[in-house]
Design a protein around this ligand. Structure first.
Ligand code: MTE
Length: 319
């Protein structure tokens, strides 16, 4: 993600696993041979399958679509989180001391019941469930992620929006002591705090999800701890991380990327293989860890659930 010429679409070597190696690894793990064989290379591959023990109670998703999950390692080591770094591989090490507890969220604006609530309490208000979602970045890479969290609509109903509330705006923490890039004053990569927003009907769509965990475990900081948005039919930059404020408004907010480069990033950012980004074709994508690219699907494969919200809109102009 950027707005100057770069080679961001080029994935680093270790994320573009050779197909043969990838299949070999699967075979090897199926055989359960991890402990029997100890050559350095093989152990290294096995180590990549690390998943922390679950610490959340949640309803598991049956994965009826039989999506192949990306590994925990892949999801948590290749991150866009500009507050830490513009380099995807630097985010994880830089985020390790991030303090995501205690954490307070303000929900305000055009609502009957504005609240300030601690994350711990918020998590107890709504039963947690798993959602296995495809995730598509505008840079042309994608992954499949088993998130844990709750539907955004549950939270919205809880605060009772007023009839004038037409949009929901989300804000990431602003804390230069914790986010190195926010400290760089005039050299910052983005204007902070990071802001994203949805139209009210989009926010109420059952797919819109507040993620608090990954693979059954609370979110690692690099993925947006303690709470982030996930919108599987939209490009990844809409999925704002480490949220501290949610505000209901009557006018369309200006989002961070839209403000930085309005010709490149729109308000909606729905995944659309027919409308290219000025620098990246959106027709195809590379799943992290896969060798060959695959076709990108309209609305990232969630057309039946979301297309009705955009009926009659010119999606080339309202991109
Ligand atoms: N949220 C904040 N606050 N800062 C960011 O830089 N990057 C966005 C989105 N949310 C970003 C953010 C982009 S460009 C993407 S692709 C996703 O987070 C990446 O999420 P992931 O690191 O969990 O894969």
């Amino acid at each position: 993600m950027n707005y100057i010429k770069s080679k961001d679409w080029e994935l680093p070597e270790n994320f573009v696993t050779d197909e043969r190696l990838f299949n070999e690894r699967r075979k090897f793990l199926k055989l359960g041979a991890a402990l029997a064989v100890s050559t350095a290379g093989v152990m290294d591959l096995a180590a990549k399958e690390f998943v922390p023990s679950p610490n959340l109670e949640y309803l598991k998703e049956p994965n009826l679509q039989k999506l192949t999950l990306n590994s925990y390692e892949q999801i948590s080591s290749y991150n866009n989180f500009y507050e830490f770094s513009t380099n995807k591989k630097d985010v994880k090490p830089l985020a390790q001391n991030f303090k995501s507890a205690p954490w307070r969220i303000t929900i305000d604006g055009l609502v009957e019941r504005p609240i300030q609530i601690d994350m711990e309490k918020l998590m107890k208000k709504f039963p947690l469930e798993e959602r296995i979602y495809r995730f598509r970045c505008v840079e042309g890479w994608s992954m499949v992620v088993p998130w844990v969290g709750f539907e955004l609509s549950h939270l919205i109903k809880h605060v009772k929006p007023l009839s004038g509330a037409k949009y929901v705006r989300f804000v990431t923490l602003y804390d230069p002591e914790q986010f190195p890039d926010q400290k760089r004053s005039s050299f910052v990569a983005l204007e902070y705090p990071y802001i994203e927003a949805l139209r009210m009907d989009e926010a109420m769509n059952p797919l819109a999800f507040m993620a608090t965990g990954l693979y059954g475990h609370t979110l690692p900081p690099q993925n947006g701890a303690p709470i982030r948005l996930t919108l599987p039919w939209k490009y990844g930059f809409k999925s704002i991380k480490s949220i501290v404020r949610i505000t209901f408004t009557d006018s369309q907010p200006l989002n961070t990327w839209q403000k930085m480069a309005p010709k490149e990033y729109g308000f909606y950012a729905n995944v659309n293989p027919h409308v290219d980004h000025p620098r990246w074709s959106q027709a195809r994508e590379r799943v992290l860890g896969k060798f060959l690219k695959q076709n990108t699907l309209m609305f990232n494969g969630y057309e039946n659930d979301v297309a009705h919200m955009y009926k009659g809109m010119d999606l080339r102009k309202l991109f």
